[in-house]
Design a protein around this ligand. Structure first.
Ligand code: IMP
Ligand code: MG
Length: 183
């Protein structure tokens, strides 16, 4: 990357919305929630690539009940800046979920259309139970009736980057959540 584009890359990180310490506190809360809810029951943590990979990696280390980890990769089709609700599975889970309590680990719920499709799909496979933990929630943008069982941070209608979330595949490696500057 050329130096002027590196400067541009840095300039577009407008501000920090959620700090590393705040994320750490959130992870503790999510771990306590899961450990209390599934006391003694084996669970499968399912995360949707790529956005939730950092959250999953940190959250699973707060979990003390027996847990397995699974990944799916879905592609959401967009109409302008909102997802259309049309979702295709690029990579599916590698096991049958009917003997598991499933916990879907999400990065962000925006319109909710992607997660709604995913939950319908997973629900059809008859897991023992189905629960959703999301790092971020943008309720102002919601277009379908959907609420996570646990949401760590509610944010305003702003495009955010970092801690797994990207803009054109960049910024996923930032250790905090920042607001992205379009101009
Ligand atoms: P949906 O609108 O709830 O279906 O969200 C679809 C996907 O859009 C999310 O899983 C994210 O990958 C992405 N997305 C939504 N809002 C943001 C954001 O502020 N930053 C980065 N990605 C986002
Ligand atoms: Mg996602």
């Amino acid at each position: 990357m050329r130096l002027d584009s590196v400067k541009e890359y840095e300039r577009r990180i407008k501000s920090i919305i959620i700090t590393e310490d705040e994320i750490k506190d959130g992870l503790k809360r999510a771990g306590e929630y899961i450990n209390a809810l599934y006391d003694g029951n084996p669970i499968l943590l399912v995360s949707v690539l790529k956005g939730a990979f950092v959250f999953m990696a940190d959250l699973c280390r707060e979990v003390t009940v027996p847990c397995e980890i699974g990944f799916m990769c879905v592609k959401s089709y967009f109409e302008g800046t909102s997802s259309s609700g049309e979702v295709s599975v690029v990579m599916d889970l590698d096991r049958d979920v009917k003997d598991y309590h499933l916990v879907v680990v999400e990065d962000i719920i925006d319109t909710g259309r992607t997660l709604k499709k995913l939950l319908d799909m997973l629900g059809d496979r008859k897991p023992l139970s189905l629960n959703v933990v999301t790092l971020l929630d943008k309720p102002d943008r919601r277009l379908v009736d959907l609420k996570a069982d646990l949401s760590l941070f509610t944010i305003p209608d702003k495009f955010v980057i970092g801690y797994g979330l990207d803009c054109a595949e960049y910024y996923r490696n930032l250790p905090y959540i920042g607001e992205y500057s379009e101009i």
